[in-house]
Each structure stands twice: as C-alpha cells, then as structure tokens.
Design a protein around this ligand. Sequence first.
Ligand code: IMP
Ligand code: MG
Length: 342
Amino acid sequence: MGIRADVVVDLQYGDCGKGKVSHHLARTHSYTHVLRYNGGCNAGHTIFHKGKKFVTHHIPAGVFFGIRSVIGPGCVVDPERFLAEIRGLEAGGIKTKGKVFIARNTHVITDKHRKEDGMEKKIGTTGRGNGPAYRDKYGRTGVRAENVPALKPYLTDLYDEWFPSQGRTSGKKDVRILAEGAQGFGLDVDWGDYPFVTSSHCTVGGAVLNGIPASSVRQVWGIAKMYETYVGAKKFQPKGDDIFNKIADAGEEYGSTTGRRRQVNWLDMQLLEKAVRINGVTHLVFNKVDVLRAVQRWAVIDKRRVVKFKNEKTMKDFLLKRLKALGLSKNRVFFSESKETI
Ligand code: IMP
Ligand code: MG
C-alpha cells in the first residue's frame, strides 16, 4: 500500500503539449488517478485519441483510458462548461460515467466572474472568469463545488481518493497519481512575469497543494516547445523578422480556448533552466521539433542574445549539454515531432 505521484508541468507559457504527454503517460503507465491540479477552463488541452481530436478544458487525460480523473481544489470549475465538456467527450465516444470527479472543496466560476473577466483588458486574459474566481476564493467569499446541486454527482473528497483505507471508502490498492498541470511556469502567479500571469500555481508546488504528500512525488515531466509562444496583452514577439509568423503558421499557433493568435519567440534558455530547477524536473519533453524543421531555422535566446545553429542536430546537442549540467541525462530528454505521441 502506498501513494506515488508523477507530475506533468509546463516550463514555458502554456500550450507546450502537456495534454499530449499526459495522454501518453496515462496510456503507458498504470495510474489509478489522473489529477488536474490548477487552472480552470482558461486551459485548453488538445489531445488526439485514436486519431480523433479532442480539446479538453477541465477534465484530465485519464478519462480517455477509464482512469479516475479528478479535478483538485487547486482548480476553479465552471459548472456549465464542465457539463458541456462531459457531453462533448460522451459524444466523441469517451465513457465518463463514474470516471470524472471534482474535489468537493474546489471553487467554482460564477456568471459574475465570467462577466467581470470578459471586460478585462490589461492582462489579456482568456475571459473565462479564472482571476475573479481565485480572488473570491482567497477573499473567502467564493462558492465551492459542494454547494452547487448540478455538480453533486461528481463530488469526491481527495483525502478518500489518496488514502482509501483511511477515509470513508475502503480499499487496499496502491494509489498512483498522474498530476497534470495547466498553463505554465512563465504564467505562474509567483514565478511568472507578473502581472502578465494567470491566477493559479502552475509549478510542481501547485500539484502538492492538492493533498499529494510531497514525499510521494517521483517523476516530474517538464514540457517545453522548441520555441516559445505566449498569448496575452504584453509584447512578446520580436518585430522585423518574418520567421516568427512562419513558425506560428507551421505550428498552428492559435489558442485552443480563445482562438487568439499566439506570439512567438525563440526558446529562452534562462527561463528553461529556471523552470527545470524550480520544478525539480526529472524528464523533459521538447515538442514541435517538426515545426522548426518545416521552417529550417534553429535558434535559442541565451543571456538575451540570439544564438543560431546550423541545423537540428547542433541545436539538440546544445540543449542536451545544457540540461546535462542540470543533472538531466540524455536518456531523460525527449524530442517529439508528432501530435499524437512523444
Ligand atoms: P487567465 O488565466 O484567463 O486569467 O489569463 C491570464 C494570462 O494567461 C493571459 O495572458 C492568458 O492568455 C494566459 N493563459 C491562460 N490560460 C492559458 C493557457 O491554457 N495557455 C496559454 N495561455 C494561457
Ligand atoms: Mg493550451
């Protein structure tokens, strides 16, 4: 009997392909639970399951494999959108009954939150009510899922989930959790570029806040792209080089939640290294190698300078060398060039 957790965490500004990696890990490991640990329906996870495209917002990737999929109290839930997502999955042939749960102490996004966020201009939020819902949670004026009748069938208590023999339900099984984050390190409320951040904890610390004992964390899967994208009000994409527009086109860099065009820049080594260190990353996936291959430009930003590479191999070797210095050996770094697997 015991509890073990692996965490999937985005090392940049969201949209690095966490959904794909979580889906892959859920398929290839034997998890008893997949947990969504932060964020609300501001997140959009694009997942290809058996060749079919799904976009999820709240519900973790475990649902595609009949694994208990729980939304933790680090999240905020929009009841209407949650129920619509359930219907969408069912319509796509995914069984959700008895598989999808919301922690009873998770806060909800109300109409008022959505309206307020819809008028927001300074940060360029997704307008989904995320920020106002977290503000009310911390201001102690929020509403919890356990007080919303429509969510009753989905409620659970995470103490019972993580410690089945102690809580109300009995069970002797090992608990193996895949904790799937939303957004990313660069959008984290503490570590991101404040105020151009989201209102939740996007680091591994955010996963642990959902009742996961810190000592149970095993693998930490950091997810990055071979370049960076950001959506929001601040200026991010450098002017004067059409390459970034080409990358955006080749990479289909449009938000899966709002459809907004994502701004593009080269991968920033200092952000990557900081995120690897602070999250304690043990495995790293670089997604979208195929996109830089399509445009045939290879570069990173290192100490505020653009460093260009001759070809794919020299860029990969550079990244591997830098990560090795952080204790990440070559066999734990993966370069992915497919939408469906790593
Ligand atoms: P909010 O999370 O809707 O409050 O938005 C705050 C900032 O985070 C904005 O710049 C959003 O574009 C960005 N953001 C929120 N969720 C995501 C996401 O899932 N992917 C990428 N950016 C996001
Ligand atoms: Mg996304």
